[in-house]
Ligand binder design. Structure first.
Ligand code: UT7
Length: 316
């Protein structure tokens, strides 16, 4: 059996922080409502020169440096996102040039909304094996502040910007991700119009329906990954779940009877950063020593599509 290990991580958050109190000044909302309904206290928004590409470059450089990997060694570069700077070139292609990957590096962006990073992990695992490459750079990155309707208080208090990066190493005797993923096509519950509709590209979301979907799929997805890996959830060292709403996370922790100490999150400081959420959290877990060499982290995402994805990742 072949598979991958997580070699190094990096992340980048825009400098500008928007607190719930800042939002109180511009819309009919309150710190109390946002905290109790979502667990969010603040989020980061790009300003000035900051953009999707700059966040990705920052996160990727940190991961490459920490992993001691020369950009020329990268064989696959994937960016999970729905808010890239350009429809083309893909951000992954821009990274090829800016970071100096070889020209035969497989580079593309991938959109599976908030499940995107975990979709990209599995895609990288398959590509590394099929294309016989050793290292992949996988990012999740979003600038959701660009697709927020500031007159819609039900969505714009939730989302933030950021990027997370992971260097993956492929090995003959490394563990499989045991990835589980799926989709349930739905345009009503969560949608951002594209180039052909004439409508502004703002997030439209039926929060209650997404909530119902999330509390259904997140625990199921985590259980299926553990079953596929042949381990119990107790044997998992850490859980890195998509940070969409603390109440969704609390529900999953309770339903799966997980140790809350293994499920520390960052939603209070970052809000929901969609595809960037899991890799930013992974980087924070690794940097703070909460995820250590040899340990296993169960990553899971869910969201637009509607999609879900889970995978078990071992730190090298
Ligand atoms: O990344 C994956 C995608 N997204 C998600 O996972 C989101 C999942 N859904 C959620 O997190 C929650 O459904 C929300 C946080 C979006 C909303 O929470 P809720 O408990 O479902 O609230 P609600 O939509 O039922 O709204 C309750 C009330 C409404 O007022 P009335 O009708 O009861 O008078 C809303 O108008 O809260 C009002 N409301 C607000 N009040 C203050 C909605 N947004 C706000 C706001 N501030 N920002």
């Amino acid at each position: 059996m072949s598979g991958i290990k997580l070699l190094a991580t990096g992340s980048a958050l825009p400098q500008h922080v928007i607190t719930n109190h800042d939002l109180e000044q511009i819309m009919d909302t309150s710190d109390e409502w946002i905290r109790t309904r979502t667990g969010i206290g603040a989020r980061h928004h790009c300003r000035g020169e900051e953009c999707h590409t700059s966040l990705c470059l920052d996160a990727a450089r940190k991961a490459l440096e920490r992993g001691g990997i020369d950009p020329q060694q990268i064989g696959v570069c994937l960016v999970a996102t729905l808010t890239q700077d350009h429809l083309t070139p893909a951000t992954a292609c821009v990274l090829q040039k800016e970071l100096g990957f070889q020209e035969d590096t497989i580079c593309f962006d991938l959109n599976a909304a908030c499940s995107g990073f975990v979709y990209a992990l599995h895609t990288a695992e398959c590509l590394l094996a099929a294309a016989k490459r050793k290292y992949a750079l996988v990012l999740g990155a979003e600038v959701l502040s660009r697709v927020m309707d500031l007159t819609d208080r039900s969505t714009c208090v939730l989302f933030g910007d950021g990027a997370g990066a992971a260097i993956l190493e492929w090995g003959e005797d490394y563990p499989s991700l045991c990835a589980v993923m799926g989709s349930r096509g739905n345009r009503q519950v969560l949608m951002i119009p594209g180039v052909n509709t004439g409508d502004p590209s703002y997030i439209h979301m039926d929060g209650k329906e997404v909530f119902r979907f999330a509390v259904e799929v997140l625990p199921r997805c985590a259980k299926e990954v553990a079953a596929k890996a042949g381990i119990s959830l107790d044997e998992v060292d850490r859980f890195a779940f998509h940070q969409a709403n603390q109440r969704i996370l609390d529900h999953a922790i309770k339903k799966l009877k997980l140790d809350p100490a293994k499920c520390t999150g960052n939603i209070a400081h970052t809000g929901n950063t969609s595809a960037a959420s899991v890799p930013i959290l992974l980087d924070q877990l690794v940097s703070s020593g909460q995820l250590r060499s040899g340990q296993k982290v169960l990553c899971a995402g869910f969201g637009g599509g509607l999609t879900w994805a889970g995978a078990l990742l071992q730190l090298a």
